[in-house]
Design a protein around this ligand. Sequence first.
Ligand code: NOJ
Length: 552
Amino acid sequence: MATRSPDLSPRNPDWWRQAVVYQVYPRSFADADGDGVGDLRGVTGRLDHLATLGVDALWLSPFYPSELADGGYDIADHRDVDPRLGTLEDFGALVAEAHRLGLKVVVDIVPNHTSHLHPWFQEALRSGPGSAARDRYVFRPGTGEHGELPPTDWQSVFGGSAWRRTADGDWYLHLFAPEQPDLNWANDEVRADFRTTLRFWSDRGVDGFRVDVAHGLAKDLAEPLRNTGDIGATGEESLPRVAPGGHPYWDRDEVHAIYRDWRTVLDGYSPPRTAVAEAWVPGARRVRYARPDELGQAFNFEYLEAAWDAGDLRELITVSLSGARDAGASATWVLSNHDVVRHASRLLLPPGTDAEAWLLSGGRTPALDTAAGLRRARAATLLMLALPGSAYLYQGEELGLPEVADLPAEALRDPVWEQTGRTRKGRDGCRVPLPWTATGPSYGFGPGPAWLPQPPSFASYAVETQTGADGSTLELYRTALRLRRKLLEGETLTWSAGSGADVLDFTRTPGWRCVTNLGEVPVPLPPGEVLLASGPCDGSGVLPPDTTVWLA
Ligand code: NOJ
């Protein structure tokens, strides 16, 4: 494969190939106006943290008008800012400041559904069955003698039926919360409107898009709609049980025409706007979203879901690199985001542990050793940052934050909690607002208390506490990102003979070697100058368990 320049200058159309992108969940990042909820001015005021950290871009999770039925992924207007988070002027100021600091800006685009408060859905409710307004969504009559049963057995990702009945008896589809009706992508008006949205943000200087539920837009709407009874559960986990492209609503082949259309819009800008697919789809099918004439990149969730096992990871890394190369994309790596248990906790859960059950126990069963979790997370991060391709970081992981697993029931905001009859706690534990200082009502997040309670332990994780502190996780990330910039070249790696049952050992050019010990006992440390280590590596010639070292 051709060697790619790590040139991240604004005009380089390939800036994204090996970029480190930092995800900001705006409501939990920094609160400038003191209402307890993070906002755009809060983000702008803290952009220096990202520049000092050394990332290349920030990805802003939704900041659009929303009643927060799903943490902002229920959008009432795709081309505006939620008044609680700021204004379009605030957004412009954020982009200008990010660009001044040399940071690219990626925003979320949520094309699978709108909020039920979106004017289109309100019009659809008013307009009645068979109307053009209803055709922008997926409305159907019910089944059963009086239409009292849902049209199909399709299930919501958040639990329960994916259909909700309206006052006039028609049902509408919502693959997520009932407040998130699915759009009908066979409708030309829907397609045209999202082209307008892509242009709207691109014209405001946005450098790229993260595409929410990229694998869900195309549905099999052939009549009669078919039940999925033969498939069993109907979440993404059912995909391997159907022939490729054969699921009624996940990962259908027709979805790719939408992204080829989007690519023509994105390529109309200079440099072309980038896009990354959120597609919870098995690897070989997932890379199709990343083809150069489509989105360009797709999140590698198999990496996030992989066990802490050298053999499994080596295989996965190899397959991910060749899959991305064959698709003409660069590989992506991610360990944490706003939807999953933070990796400082997750990687320590014994294989096979049900994370939902663990959260429901308040993080008590099994009880995790926070220090051991952090040690492993730091090793995993240093391994990830040495891999060819681009890495996505989630706010707070640079502080080594663990999952806040013991949030009280009354604090929970994720719709998953109620929609599953309080049997799944949901994703609030990774969305607790960031600690910036060791003191203050919300540890520097804002002038008052934060919308989700922060545990007292957050003081020790604060940016202020870790800045300049020898061996802190924040300083580890800063050093790693600075070194990575210097060492990046090409998009390949070579496995070294030292790789084994418990060790991952590879070289990147020029002479940059990364070795991780995933086992339970120390292993010999290969020769070379230690550039950086995720944990104590004191020159005694051994690499301790759960440690990664970069060697020259
Ligand atoms: C994926 C987002 O990451 C998640 O937070 C959201 O709940 C669903 N898509 C629905 O938009």
